[in-house]
Write a protein that binds this ligand. Sequence first.
Ligand SMILES: CCCCCCCCCCCCCCCC(=O)SCCNC(=O)CCNC(=O)[C@H](O)C(C)(C)COP(=O)(O)OP(=O)(O)OC[C@H]1O[C@@H](n2cnc3c(N)ncnc32)[C@H](O)[C@@H]1OP(=O)(O)O
Length: 340
Amino acid sequence: MASNRRNGANTPKPSTPIELPEPATRPTSISSSTPTPHQDRDTTTHWITALFPTPLETLLLSTYPALLLLGSLFSTLSPTTRSAPYNPTTQSHPPSSAPSYFALKSNLLNTYFVKIAWFWVSLAYLLFLVVHPANGPGLLGSRGLVLTPKRLRGVLRWAIVTMWWGGVTQWFFGPAIIDRGFQLTGGACELASQYEGTGGGEDFVTGQACKAVGGTWRGGHDISGHVFILVLGSAFLGLEVLPILMGLRDERRVRGRDGGVGAPERELVAQEQEGRKVGLGLPLGVMGLSAWMLLMTATFFHTWFEKLTGLLVAFMGIVVVLFLPRAVPALRDVVGMPGI
Ligand SMILES: CCCCCCCCCCCCCCCC(=O)SCCNC(=O)CCNC(=O)[C@H](O)C(C)(C)COP(=O)(O)OP(=O)(O)OC[C@H]1O[C@@H](n2cnc3c(N)ncnc32)[C@H](O)[C@@H]1OP(=O)(O)O
């Protein structure tokens, strides 16, 4: 992104980070614990540019709409998928005429990966925090596990993203945001005949409760939970491990307390980290499976609008936890930034 790049003589070479003396006005607690911009920061740049993703982050984030478009395009162009009957109430093709194994709700990846996706995302991320040397002495090292500030902030970012996942899909002071959205847009539980007369469908305020009694969750806008969880989980993992994988080759920008925007002072030179691949296999594996299942979801399930809202709600969580701290120093002091 052109406006995201520093220009001319002020640009430090990515491979040679500039060592600068601490400015007299900078509180020592900040320089010792959280990233602050280089002194060559551009005070004329608008703070909003600190929110812009780097080129590699842009590439990562743009894969999600690209996969959704690709899947939707395939389902429109493929004669087999296009002609297969689709049931909008179950949001799927009937199993008897499913155009592919991955069009079945019972497919193994759906059952053991997506339906418990937050477990896999959490496991991959927490293990990465524990074992990768960039986060501090690891379990595999001679000093044993040390609870470093980087690890604490990493756990905090994971906890916030987890709360977003929980609020959207599980519980939000009552029904989850997805269920509340469904009811607000006119949806309700239509009960199966054996429950009629025993109480209203309004007793069942979540899609899960409604389906559990054989009812039909019908009439409202149902944000795609699959798109949401797959995008939120894999984008979180991707943005967390990217600085470790790429180091200064993909320099981020942050806004300092004086309003200037520049590169964080202590960007990680991950290439110098010994054993830098340790702990990255599971996050990358989860990201790969998520990409595949996102493509399958886009091809065989949901309407395009349900997929779009799933994507947008996931991006909201990512922006708050991983991009907003770059522009808000006070927030950055608390949650930190991946790799720093
Ligand atoms: C320093 C620190 C040291 C610490 C060191 C620790 C060490 C390491 C410890 C690890 C510790 C971990 C701790 C984790 C703790 C937890 O997080 S455990 C929690 C685990 N639980 C989960 O992950 C649950 C995740 N699932 C969910 O959130 C929801 O089920 C979902 C997936 C978002 C909701 O999706 P949904 O209801 O299926 O809704 P939706 O996408 O709208 O789909 C509609 C229908 O189309 C179907 N469908 C849609 N797309 C597809 C598709 N692609 N294929 C098939 N069917 C589809 C759906 O199955 C659904 O059908 P029904 O099932 O309703 O009939």
